[in-house]
Design a protein around this ligand. Sequence first.
Ligand code: NDP
Ligand code: OXD
Length: 308
Amino acid sequence: MTFYFTSTPERGAVWRALFAAETPELAFVTKEDAPPPADTRYLAAWAPTAELIAQLPALEVLFSIGAGVDQIDTRVLPHHVALVRMIEPGLTQGMVEYGVMATLMLHREMIDYRLAQRDGRWAPRPLVPAARRRVGVLGLGELGQAVLAGLRPFGFALSGWSRSPRTLPGVACHAGADALPGFLAACDILICLLPLTQETRGILNHATLSQLPRGAAIVNIARGGHLVAQDLVALLDEGHLSGAVLDVAEPEPLPPEHPLLRHPRIVVTPHIASATSAQSGAHAVLDNIRRHRAGQPMLGLVARDRGY
Ligand code: NDP
Ligand code: OXD
């Protein structure tokens, strides 16, 4: 029985050592070692090709290397194959750091201070207490909840939005499409941590972003496909929005002259908000393999019909 690994060689070296120590009976083969053996039961990949999947007649579980699974073409994945997204503490920690960093940057109006510095202006602005800054998170899953927990100690007024109702300490929770306008109307800083699905593609558009209060700012750390770029640029230019921090874009990489890269009120980073840790990512997959073999539910199993 084989575990076939198709991520980077550096990550592969760490996984190989951990798999050898914890599950020596499972052959660990990387794409650098050999083509996939016919007895491959488990595959770890970011975006496996149809050709690769077709070579795996015994495949039972596809482990996504990332938390997102939108990059995986599930049409080429047989229905009996389980798809599992990555849930591991290293990935979560990176997202908490970035979410808190971006929120503090917008809360303390660093975009305005950078523009003032660029223009040689010394221009202090009134200090807004955190309790008067309303921060809302779209998506209350693993990462949305963790970012909210990371923001709580600062005293922000926190809220969140998800598909099904949630109860989180210190967070005003909203659920479903009907609740979206009311949620948006009370967000000074909006953070997107939704999965990219048919329902959420383009959710950050002119109509929704216009429902944010004047002067609001956004953070997109989910997927570029959530944002309609020209709508963001228009709302920044009109002055309805004051800034944006974007870690993701469509396409990636953005071409050098793309308006998102060039806009003075947008901070762009190249999809580095977080990344799966080699060590704890391997442990998370090993734990799920144990669960799978014991007939227990795996953590992060994707409901393929809803896309996350
Ligand atoms: P989860 O699956 O744990 O959580 C998803 C959340 O979104 C859930 O609360 C879910 O609602 C909600 N949701 C999904 N669809 C809808 C909808 N149509 N309307 C309202 N709410 C919806 O995902 P994670 O927190 O683990 O990850 C979120 C995303 O972060 C990933 O999919 C990935 O795209 C992105 N990511 C980006 C990284 C980066 O470096 N930039 C790194 C890692 C992840 P409910 O609770 O009701 O199910
Ligand atoms: C992920 C990512 O989905 O890194 O994990 O974007």
